[in-house]
Structures are given as C-alpha cells and as structure tokens.
Write a new protein. Structure first.
Ligand SMILES: Cc1cc2nc3c(=O)[nH]c(=O)nc-3n(C[C@H](O)[C@H](O)[C@H](O)COP(=O)(O)OP(=O)(O)OC[C@H]3O[C@@H](n4cnc5c(N)ncnc54)[C@H](O)[C@@H]3O)c2cc1C
Length: 403
C-alpha cells in the first residue's frame, strides 16, 4: 500500500485548503474553538453545513447519485484533515453520516427522494433513538413498542441520552414490532416525525454543565408504515450497519492531531514554574504530549490502512471497534493534559462561557482555559456513546481475535 499522497492528491489538498481560507468564516472558527461539548450547537453546524452544501462538499462520502462527491477514500481523508486544521465546526453526523447511508442502502425510492435532499439542505435535523433506560449495551433488550394499526404503527416507550433531540424534527428509532421471537428478530427501524402530538423531550444536563442529551417520551405516537426502513424485523441488521458507520464513518486522527498542535500552542503560553520557562520547555509535559502524539500518529497510519482497504471495495467491519476505542482514549488524554496545562485556570466550571457569552465581569484566564474543564468532562462520553469501550473490546475479542 502507498502511504504517500500523489501529485493529484496534493493538488486536491491545495484546492480544499484555498477554498477553506476563502469560505470558512472567522466567527464559525471561533465558535468551534469555544465549543465545550461533543457536538457543536445546532445554529453553528447548520450555517457551516449550508456553506459546504453550496460548494457540493457537504455529503462528501455519499455516492454521487445521491449528491455525494465521488471522492476516493484518500480524498475524503485529506478533506477531513484540512477541515480539522482550519478549525471548521464538526458536521451533524446523525443525519449525514448515520441515517443517510441507511436510507440510501435500505430505503425505498420514495424514502430516498423525500429524505436525502432534506438532509442535504439541513431542513431535516435528526436524532438517534436507540438507547433506553436499561437498554444501552444490551440494546436488543429495548422495550419501545410499535403496534400495527392499519397503515400506521402506534409507538409507546422512551429513549434516553438522545443527542440534540431538542433541536431535531426527525428521529430514527429502533422499536419492538414482535415480542414473541428472539429479541434481535423482533426489532424494526422507524423514521419518526418529531413534530407531532405524543412526543415529549426532556433535557438531561451533562456533568460538564451543557444541554446536549435528552430523554424522549413517546406516547401513542403514530408513524406511517411507509416510514419503516427495510422489512419488519430487519431493524437489528440495519442498526448494526449504522453502528459500524458511527464507530468508523470518518477518520478521527485528523482532528486529534490538529488538537495536539493546538495544545502545543496553548502550552507555549503557560508557565512551567521553573525560571520563567513555558510548559513546552518542561520535560514531563513534553514527554506526555509526545506519547499522545505517537499514539495519534499510529492511529493515523491505521486509518490510512483501512482507507486503502475501503478503496478496494471492502467494508471496514470490526476494525471500527479498534479505531473507536483508541481514538476515544486519545481524545480523553488530550483533554486531560489540557486541563493540567492550564493549571488553576483550567479547573473552572462556569455556566457562562465564551460560546454562550461571557457573563462574568472578569473572566478567569484565557478563553481556551475557560472551556478546558467542561470539554474534559463532556469528553468522558467518548468511551460511552456508540458502544462503550468495554463492549468494543468484547467485539474485538470475539470477531478479530477469535477468542
Ligand atoms: C453523551 C452521550 C450521548 C449519547 N447519545 C446517544 C444518542 O444520540 N442516541 C442513543 O440512542 N444513545 C446515545 N447515547 C447512549 C449510549 O449509546 C449508551 O450510553 C451506551 O451504549 C451505554 O449504555 P448504558 O448507558 O445503558 O450503560 P450500560 O449498558 O448500563 O453499561 C454500564 C457499564 O457496564 C459496562 N457493561 C455493560 N455490558 C457489559 C458487558 N457485556 N461486558 C462488559 N462491560 C459491560 C459498560 O461498559 C459500562 O461501563 C449517548 C451516551 C452519551 C454518554
């Protein structure tokens, strides 16, 4: 496998870099830099997505026939790396990267024609209704029930940890349509309009102090049968396809390596406590950041290797569990080191932070320091959502190591 970029790929990189310089507004870069949560706020994402869509680069990983770019996996990697280096806001993975591939792989023509353009235009904003109280890792035990009533299902139950449900007008949802058979066989995949009676979204405030996740209650919610994706009982197969994309749908290393560069810049402004030196001159700090950087570079090589396999037409498979686990751990180590780097300034957990308008008369420390702690706390979720690290390790043990 060739690990170097070709002349065409370098030209592509320059094109992307040049376009970002012209088209990524400063206020979106600042908003991204000040974001303490895993996903950026809806208004930031929507504005950025519309700019990308106007260039035809929003759904860069979709097949061309549905509005994708037709880029090779390497071009996608270069694009993601340039986005990260430029400090662009993250994209709304829930619609673009999670449900869209399900719709164009398993959906009817009518579902493709209706939903895909509205994901591209950001008219539809999606949330994921998988987890329930008591059914997270053991997802097949979910209890939300959909009972057939003519051309509709009547859905009752509750979903939890639903990211951005308070912004969403659609939810893709796993429901039980049959309780008599093996749990996995009785699950179906429904697309639910959130703007209808019977749906109640209650906020859950994270330990970082942010409103990112929710509990969603469904009480006699009516869903047309034509909004079921796939056959009745095919939901588990579709759920696993989606989770594979959630765990490995894009590369993690570009954002991690860009963040490490940022941490180096931040450390250069912080005193080490020895003779007026900065942290970047401190032996222990240098060792810590070098260790993380080496692991992030190793991750990058693994991701490039997987891209080379994807280019041969293979599916990523259980390797996504390894990537997700390692990437989550690196993310958390960076967040941890950043809190340490800011010392006392990094220990604050204020409700008013740069992104939301700093209400404090005299904010403590630089803006970066003010979000270090909430970002660290929210970032603990990396090793939980999309399947916990323990669950990923079990998948690796069974499917990769054959244990
Ligand atoms: C910030 C955040 C956002 C999220 N967003 C969404 C969302 O948008 N939509 C959605 O559907 N869900 C979402 N989730 C839920 C997430 O997928 C679940 O939290 C996750 O699957 C774990 O399930 P649980 O919380 O029920 O924990 P549990 O399954 O109860 O696990 C508790 C602990 O036991 C361990 N454990 C469980 N089973 C095993 C096992 N067999 N072997 C070894 N250890 C085990 C786990 O690793 C964990 O440490 C989100 C979660 C977070 C934190």
């Amino acid at each position: 496998m060739d690990m170097y970029f070709s002349a065409d790929e370098m030209a592509f990189r320059d094109e992307v870099r040049g376009w970002l310089k012209e088209n990524l507004p400063d206020h979106l870069k600042t908003a991204m830099a000040n974001t303490p949560s895993v996903f950026v706020e809806q208004d930031i994402m929507v504005e950025w997505q519309r700019i990308l869509n106007s260039r035809g680069w929003l759904a860069y990983f979709w097949p061309e026939e549905y509005g994708g770019t037709g880029w090779t996996p390497t071009q996608r990697y270069i694009f993601e790396k340039e986005l990260a280096l430029a400090g662009a806001p993250g994209l709304v993975v829930l619609g673009l990267k999670l449900v869209a591939p399900v719709i164009y792989t398993y959906g009817t023509q009518k579902q493709k024609d209706f939903f895909l353009p509205k994901i591209l235009s950001t008219e539809h904003y999606w949330c994921q209704g998988y987890s329930e109280p008591g059914s997270g890792s053991d997802l097949a035990s979910l209890k939300t029930k959909a009972v057939r009533d003519g051309d509709e299902y009547i859905v009752n139950g509750t979903k939890i940890w639903t990211t951005h449900a308070h912004f969403s007008n659609w939810m893709f949802c796993l429901v039980k349509t049959d309780t008599e058979c093996k749990p996995q066989k009785g699950i179906s995949f429904l697309l639910i309009d959130m703007e209808q009676p019977g749906i109640d979204v209650k906020p859950i405030i994270t330990m970082g102090g942010d409103h990112e996740v929710n509990q969603v209650f469904l009480d006699d919610v009516r869903v047309p049968v034509e909004n079921r994706v796939g056959e009745e009982g095919q939901g588990w197969e579709i759920a696993k396809f989606l989770l594979e994309n959630e765990r490995g749908g894009s590369c993690h290393s570009p954002a991690l390596l860009a963040d490490l560069q940022k941490l180096r810049r931040q450390a250069a402004t912080q005193p080490s406590g020895h003779n007026g030196a900065t942290l970047t001159e401190d032996g222990r700090f240098r060792e810590e950041i070098a260790k993380i950087e080496l692991d992030a570079q190793a991750l990058e090589i693994s991701e490039l290797r997987i891209l080379a396999e994807l280019a041969q037409g293979r599916r990523p498979g259980p390797q996504t569990s390894m990537i997700k686990t390692i990437a989550s751990e690196i993310r958390q180590r960076i967040d941890h080191l950043r809190v340490e780097a800011f010392g006392y300034d990094g220990m604050q957990l204020e409700w008013s932070r740069p992104l939301y308008g700093n209400a404090r008369a005299i904010p403590v420390g630089p803006e970066d320091a003010q979000i270090a702690m909430p970002a660290y706390l929210n970032g603990r979720a990396w090793s939980i959502f999309g399947g916990t690290s323990e669950v990923q390790r079990t998948i690796i043990a069974k499917t990769v190591l054959g244990l």
